[in-house]
Design a binder for this molecule. Sequence first.
Ligand code: CP3
Length: 357
Amino acid sequence: MNKSAASPAELQTNHKPDRKLTSVLLGRKADVPPVWLMRQAGRHLPEYRELRSRNSSFLDFCYAPAAAAEATLQPTRRYDIDAAIIFSDILVIPHALGRKVWFVEGEGPRLEPLTNGEDVRALDLSRLETRLGPVYEAIDRVRGALEPSRALIGFAGAPWTLATYMIQGKGGDRVKARAFAYANPEVLDALLATLADAVGDHLAAQVRAGADVVQIFESWAEDVPEAAFQRWVIQPIARAVRRFKVHCPETPVIGFPRGASHRARAFVQGTGVNAVGMDIGADLAACRDAVGAGVALQGNLDPIVLAAGGRALDEAVDTILHAARSGPHVFNLGHGVIPATPISHVERLVARVKAGS
Ligand code: CP3
């Protein structure tokens, strides 16, 4: 199929101006910022742990539309949040391209390591959307059940982050991935290009299924050298965003370059994302100056202060509300909710944001 020419009927116009998250991501300031939390669906919720215990493998769980839809909706029943994020994982893309992916209980993801150009040429983009059909079915179910005022977020991992997992074969450090990148630059470029196309297609398919907003997780931007940042991070994300925007020109894209907030300006300008996620170390005021008044910032509460609660949490929330006041802002964490987080702390955080502190 020719992906570069969308007919008007294919263009997605899911954007609903009455959804606060969408409006802020498109650059409009709100008196009270919209709020959602990365990993809001997950092990801090007893109802998630119960649902998870009924599904043996994590990937099977992600590919079971009824279970994935239920996990997505669980936090929206408890919390006055402005968005749901579809319950899935960034590693469904390598899996759908034909790599072996599995999750070891208590340890995290494992992949059959990608070692050469032959492995890259074997990646099969043509069946991606068929293989990820269950994700789109889950999105369709969630959009049907979610209140119209709440946005539904689709997501994907960024090409470099996906490539690091595919080369390393697991999380942890990125030593093997960087060594591979330096030794085989053309093979890496080909891998990143294929992944960028997969990311663009997967995000567009999520919007077709009912997602209102998409986020690209560049979880491993932190140890990319300055000289490689364009080639490994910016250009592949720009390629994914271009491919996505052909089909979904009005849907906002959040880019989250974790660990690279000091490069926020180059990241936003080079990739074409609408909004940028801030990790816990980011200086919101400096990033606002760097990206300008029209680009929404998202973040950046420390998930550990959310787990700790009390006065430290209240103060940290107020500090962020104050620092982000000068432009469009989406309240969120700087990384995902940790399993030990008490539900009452999340309730307190959301109430404080909604009260405008
Ligand atoms: O609520 C949400 O945020 C939506 C669901 C979501 C998951 N993973 C579910 C999940 C999202 C957005 C992700 C993204 C993701 N997955 C990232 C990017 C964000 C980040 O953390 O930097 C990455 C790197 C992954 C890969 C991944 N998946 C890892 C490293 C792990 C193990 C770590 C852990 O927390 O166990 C996973 C498993 C995973 N993905 C879980 C969940 C809820 C936990 C597994 C379980 O419940 O059994």
